[in-house]
Write a protein that binds this ligand. Structure first.
Ligand code: BTN
Length: 326
């Protein structure tokens, strides 16, 4: 977007409650009064509702319900998360955008958002369907001072933040399926992909990618996923603002992340377990060497999967594939 336009939105957004005169805008942007007026008209065309009152000036009444770096930043109550937003209508994947930004030295808290991903990726290199303007396709760059082995805790934390957003904002009752699938009525609505660049004992950066199906109708969900996947629209019968969900998510994520750094993982563990799917039920754990059945007992203080064996002993599981019984 035109950088004068960006600066204009910024000035108007900073003065949300008050009017700002055409002269003040023209001085701040060093453009003529006539150009200010033309920019205002262009903003209105983009869906902004602007009030212009003679002798008072202008103010924005409403931002368009569209995702852009400006509309997300407007009214976003965060200190460090989303201060830099990379937004594009279409590209391969927000994970890729953040890996590239990290390599270019981007700051902790940089966020990438795409309206459409042409090569969205899920865990285990699976494809992640990311239809245009239907969901939240977002990745966050984090540069936390934690140990590499603690990084999986951030995936669990992210799942709890998403669950809180869904519950508080849309009223659904989400559950988290180990480690990080968000379910509504037992169908997957969101997934999280955490990737890390690290040396033996030091994290360079982490990319947390979140995919949330929001306004998908059944036609937008590929046939083979129909019995397993859903969207907020399909579960509530309502369309939801992607822009507002992104803002809610970023605000809650920042608060949860700061609390985690200050107080550790134990509150995240409790919250995760409060949303945990099939805790207390039998699961099968498979790794290269063996296969065993045990009861899913929750998560451990360090974020590992906790199981309970028939002999009453608990075991922490750090790797392996988990299978659930229907
Ligand atoms: C999973 O459940 O397998 C994880 C899905 C993660 C999808 C998100 S969408 C935003 C970000 N970009 C990607 O390509 N993947 C993640």
């Amino acid at each position: 977007m035109d950088s004068t336009r960006n600066r204009l939105i910024h000035i108007l957004s900073e003065n949300e409650e008050t009017y700002i005169s055409g002269q003040d805008i023209s001085d701040a942007l060093q453009i003529s009064r006539n150009s200010v007026w033309k920019h205002m008209k262009a903003l209105e065309k983009d869906g902004y509702v602007i009030e212009g009152v003679p002798r008072k000036g202008y103010r924005i009444l409403k931002h368009p319900d569209k995702v852009s770096d400006n509309t997300i930043k407007w009214g976003l109550e965060t200190e460090w998360l989303g201060q830099t937003i990379i937004h594009k209508s279409s590209a391969a994947s927000t994970q890729q955008l953040i890996h590239q930004a990290a390599a270019d030295g981007a700051k902790h808290g940089t966020v990438a958002i795409l309206d459409e991903q042409t090569a969205g990726r899920g865990r285990m290199n699976r494809e992640w369907h990311s239809a245009g303007n239907k969901g939240m396709w977002l990745s966050i760059l984090l540069r936390p001072k934690i140990l590499p082995q603690e990084a999986p805790q951030l995936t669990l934390l992210t799942a709890t933040v998403l669950a809180d957003v869904l519950k508080d904002y849309t009223g659904v009752e989400p559950m988290i399926k180990w480690p990080n699938d968000l379910l509504i009525n037992k169908k997957k609505t969101a997934g999280i992909l955490t990737e890390m660049q690290a040396e033996q004992d030091q994290i360079q950066y982490i990319v947390v990618g979140i995919g949330l199906n929001i306004n998908h109708t059944s036609d937008d969900i590929p046939g083979m996923l129909a019995s397993k996947a859903t969207s907020l629209y399909l579960e509530t019968g309502k369309h939801w603002s992607i822009q507002e969900l992104i803002q809610q998510f970023l605000q809650k994520f920042e608060a949860a992340f700061d609390a985690y750094l200050a107080h550790g993982f134990s509150d995240v563990k409790k919250k995760w377990e409060s949303y945990g799917f099939k805790i207390g039920e039998k699961i099968k754990i498979k790794n290269l060497k063996e296969e065993k059945k045990a009861i899913f007992h929750g998560i451990a203080e360090d974020g590992a999967l906790l199981v309970l064996h028939d002999n009453g002993k608990e075991e922490k599981i750090y790797s392996g594939e988990i299978q659930w019984f229907e």
